[in-house]
Every structure is written in C-alpha cells, then in structure tokens.
Ligand binder design. Sequence first.
Ligand code: NAD
Length: 418
Amino acid sequence: MESLNSLNPFEMAQKNFDLAADALNLEPNLREMMRYPERCLVVHIPIRMDDGKIKRFEGYRVQFNTARGPAKGGIRYHPNVTLDEVKALACWMTWKCAIVNLPYGGGKGGVACNPKVLSMNEIEHITRRYTSGILPIIGPQSDIPAPDVYTNPQIMAWIMDTYSMTKGYPVHGVVTGKPLGLGGSLGRDEATGRGVFYTIESIYDSLGLQLKDQRIVVQGFGNAGSVAAKLLHQSENKVIAVSDSSGAIHNSKGLDISRLIEHKAKTGSVLEFEGTERIQPDEMLTLECDILIPAALENAITKENAPRIKARMIAEAANGPVTPEADKILFEKGIYLIPDILCNAGGVTVSYFEWVQNEQHLFWDEQDIYGKLEKVMKNAAKEVNRIHRNRKVNTRIAATMLGVSRVAEATRLRGLYP
Ligand code: NAD
C-alpha cells in the first residue's frame, strides 16, 4: 500500500480531506468542488541584489477555497517552498478557519528564498515585487495574507505599503500581523500560545479532568511554546521540561517559567537555567508527563519515538509535528491528541480580530481580545470533542470533519455558478 509519507504535501492534504469526506458521507458533487484549489498564482520576482546583479525568485499565492469568506493565510519565505506545499497549507487553512468559525476561506503564499542569506534591503525588494505580483488577487475583501515561517510584522508593513501606494490610499485590512503602530492588534504575540492553553482547558473540562498539578513538557520554547508554558504554570501546573534548538532542560519539581523567559531573552537559549539538568531532546519527548506540547517544527513525533511516548495528552501547538504513521501509534496507545488545525488556531483568530478592528477603524483592549479568543477556542474544542465522541473517529479526523462540513454547508447554500 502507498505510504502516506511518499505522497507530496498536497496529495496528503487531499487524502485527509477524503477521510473526513467519507466520514461525513459527503456527496460526490461537493467533493468535486472542494477537493482542489480555486486559484493558484505563480509570480516571477526579479530583484537587484546588493552587489548590483539581478536575481530571480519565484513566489506563489494560492486561494484554496473562498466559499465562507475571503482567503486567509500566511506567507512563508523558505528555500524549500513549492507550489504543492503552498496548496497543501492553503487547504489546511480552509479547514482551520472553518473550525474556529471565522468568516474566512483559506489561502497561503510563499517565496522560495533563503532569508538567512539575504540583506534587509533585498528582503524588502523581494516583498514589494512579490506583493505587486499578487496584487490582482489580494485585498481586504478577497485575500488577506499574514506572517508565517521567516516573515514578520515588518514584512507585513511593506506589503501594506506597497498595496496602499498602488491604490492611492492606506488600506490597513489587506494584511494582518502588522506592527502595532500600523494597525496591528494587541494580543497578537500571545494569541497562539493562549489559544493552545484555552483548548487544553476546554478539553480537560470536557473530559471531566482538572487542569491543576499536571506535568507538562514543551518542545520548542519560542513564541507559541513559551506563552502556553507560562499560562499553564500560572494556573498551578508544573512545566517539568522544555527545549529549544540548543537543547533540553529538566527539573521534575517544575520550572519557574517567567524567570526562564527572562533567562532565554538574556542568553539566547534555555540551557544552563538554574536548578535544571540537561537531557537529550529525544529523551525529553518520552518523559513521563500529562501533557506534551510540540511547539517547534514538523515531524517531531515519528514512528520511531511514538511507541515510547508516555504523555496522556498531546497538544499540537506546531503545525504538523506528528507524522501520519506516528498518529496511528498514538491513537492506538489511547493518547488524547489536540490536532494542530484546532490547537494553534488562536493565531488566525486574533488575525481576524485585527482585520475586524481595521475595517471598523476601532481598537480593542487586550482583555477584550483575550475574552473573545477564549470563547472562540473553547467553543471549537468542545465541538471537535463532541464529534470525536459521537462519531467514534480520532480527533484529527473529527477536527477536519468540522471544518469540511462548514465549508460544505456554505458551498451547498451558494450553489454552482453560473
Ligand atoms: P518560534 O521561532 O518563535 O519558536 C520555535 C522554537 O522552536 C524556537 O525556540 C526554536 O529554538 C525551537 N526549535 C527549533 N528546532 C527545534 C528542535 N529541533 N527541538 C526543539 N526546539 C526547537 O516559532 P513559533 O511562532 O512559536 O512557531 C512554532 C510552531 O508553531 C511552528 O510550527 C508554527 O508553524 C506554529 N504556529 C505558530 C503560530 C504563531 O502565531 N506563532 C501560529 C500557528 C502555528
């Protein structure tokens, strides 16, 4: 049988859609309409490098589905970006936005480049030329990009500026994840980690468990991982081990997360934090604990280490941290998995809040944003858990079923044009 890992990313996303569509008994006509991207744009990006030579890059923007609203999804700058990867990510964004019930479709963009070897000036030129290339299809009512791997608020500011200059007036709502001084939203920095925390709280509640005195392990002490760790620590749980790209640390009595955040800011890594011992990163993943939060990269949990995982729950803060083979093993072991398309949807939810504030020319305060985020995440988590329980499917399929069913409903209601 064909192994899932031998498929390209887009075929994998389609396969996942098929599983959810089968479980939903989705009619063939709708499958035909929902299984493919609506629009894929490939753009040529020639720029003058700092040494005076012209170099050409390639960029992509994919609108996978806009049945529920404008396309929404980040832009990735990475040497391995391909059109198939962007199509797959745009497909996941479609289900993710629908799971948290945002009035958005799904999209994604990318430029195949290595920002680590480019100057700020070169990155700015790539961004502006890429933006002018995708200009015919983006806009606050049609397709709203945001940051993703190796893109940041400054890059979003350049996209907003380039788009606005061609229109002749400022258009804040064309991108989200902007700096605060340019219509960005309060709470965006904490959004993903907070969303992770709220989904865990909600699932604990649904399972009749108390989220207190739990032992937590966090792989990847970056933006998403450190915020989730901080909130879990503040609510009287013990974060017993964390890691970043430099290594892993452990203390079975629990770490003081606020002080660890300061330590990492000062030294650049989590290593040598007082009162901790250094352990092997793979050993950390297989520690006895209640909740394991992979918050670093894809494919952290594979068929090799999955059999040794002792956590009771895995909350996927990262995108795609568990391979399809590992997924099966974890499911058979009875580990409760909170899938990425639910668990890390706090980021896109606060992006949506940013867009709403921009469109209304209003600013909300942080408490307002956190309150709204909590409601959105907890409702989505409850709904996914309900499908998981009632339909007896694993939580990843349950989450995809929720997203796919909402997109299917909108597609059915809109009918077929012309
Ligand atoms: P980040 O760069 O702030 O943090 C990533 C952390 O992972 C860093 O501390 C890095 O040192 C660490 N890391 C890298 N390789 C590692 C390894 N092999 N072992 C252990 N740690 C390692 O990135 P982030 O924004 O927190 O994103 C993390 C994950 O969450 C990504 O998969 C991202 O796609 C996903 N995500 C983030 C957001 C967001 O809003 N930040 C939203 C949705 C999904």
